[in-house]
Design a protein around this ligand. Sequence first.
Ligand SMILES: NC(=O)c1ccc[n+]([C@@H]2O[C@H](COP(=O)([O-])OP(=O)(O)OC[C@H]3O[C@@H](n4cnc5c(N)ncnc54)[C@H](OP(=O)(O)O)[C@@H]3O)[C@@H](O)[C@H]2O)c1
Length: 348
Amino acid sequence: MATQNVGTFSVAADGVDPNKVPKKTLYTGAKIPAIGLGTFGSDRFSGEDIAKAVVGAASVGYRHFDCASVYGNEHLIGPALTEIMRGGVRRDDLWVTSKLWNDKHGEKDVGPSCEKSVKDLRLEYLNLYLVHWPFPNFHSPGCDVSSRSPDAKPYIHENFMKTWRQMEKLVERGLVRHIGTSNMTVPKLKLLLRDARIKPACNEMEQHPHFQQPELFKFAMDNGIQPIGFCPIGSPTRPDRDKTQTDTVDIQDPVIVNIAKRLNVHPAVVCVKWAVQRGQIPIPFSVFRNEYLSNLQCTASAPLTAEEMKAIAGIDRNCRLIKGQVFLWKDGQTWEDLWDLSGRITPP
Ligand SMILES: NC(=O)c1ccc[n+]([C@@H]2O[C@H](COP(=O)([O-])OP(=O)(O)OC[C@H]3O[C@@H](n4cnc5c(N)ncnc54)[C@H](OP(=O)(O)O)[C@@H]3O)[C@@H](O)[C@H]2O)c1
C-alpha cells in the first residue's frame, strides 16, 4: 500500500525531536529507537484508546511501537500508523514490532499469521517479528492464572526450530526485516543460536528495577541480541489476577522515589530512564499524554549519576511479575518450571 505524504506531522512543541531520542544498533546495522510505546491495553483500555495513543505518541516524538496479534488491536493501530505516515513520517523512520501468538507455531500457520499482522497494521513489512512465547500453548485472553490448556506442551527444541525456520522464511520473503524471541531463557537461547540460520536480533523480556535479569541480559548483550524490556515500570496497574502477595512495587522503592524527587518526575519515569541508560529498550505503556511524553523526555535529558545507577542495580528483588502459569504443561508444576532456573531446560 503506497503511503501518501499529504501533510506535515510536526512534533509538538513540548515533544522530543525523534533524532534526539537515543537509538541502538542491531547486529544487522539497523537502528532501533531506544524506547518504544507498549500497546497492550489489557482489561483497562480499548483498542480505540490505544490507537489514539499511538498517534499522540508519534506527535510527541515516538517512532517505535510494540504490537502483537494477541493484543487484539492491530487492525485499529494500522489506521493510526497510516495517519502518522500520511502526515509525513517516512516508513523508514518508524519501527514496528509484532509477535506470533502461541497457537500459531505450526509450520503452516507462521506465514499467514505474520501476513495478517502486516495487513492489519496496514504495512508492507514489519521491522521485527517475535515468537511471543517459546511454548505453543494457547490460552484465551483474560483467563485466570489457574487456567490450563488441556493439550499444553513443554518446550521441545525440535518443534521450536520448525517454527523458527518459518520465521527465517519471512525475512527471506522481505515481509519482516528482523526476527526475534520473547520470554526466552539462557539455555533455550543457546540452542537457538547453535541452530539458527538467521539469529534473533532481539529478545523481549521482563525487565524493571525489581527484576533486572542480569544473567539473561548479559548473555543477550554478549551474543549481539538486543534486549527489549517489557513491564519497565513494573506494570503497576496489571489486573489483580496477575498479582501475587509477594510481588513488590518498583515505583514505591525508596531508591526510585528519591531519584524521582531529585528530578521532579514520577517514579515511573526513573524506571524508564534507568532502562535506557542500562542498555535495554523499554516499551512502557500509557494512553495518557503526560505519561508517555515524560517517559520519552527522560531519554534525552541528563543521565542518572553513577551513584544512582549503582543504587538501582542494588535493588533487584528477582521479582518476576509475568510468571506465565497458564503455559504449564503438567500437574504438580510451579511457574518456576517455565524459566529453566537450574540452568537447563526443564524436561518434559
Ligand atoms: N513480550 C511479552 O510477553 C510482553 C508481556 C507484557 C508486556 N509486554 C509489552 O510491554 C508493554 C508494557 O508493559 P505493561 O503495560 O504491562 O507495564 P508497564 O509499562 O511497566 O506499566 C504500564 C503502566 O504504568 C503506568 N505509567 C506509565 N507511564 C507512567 C508515567 N510516566 N507516570 C506514571 N505512571 C505511568 C500506567 O498506569 P496508568 O494507566 O494507571 O496511568 C501504565 O498503565 C505492554 O504494553 C506490551 O507492549 C510484552
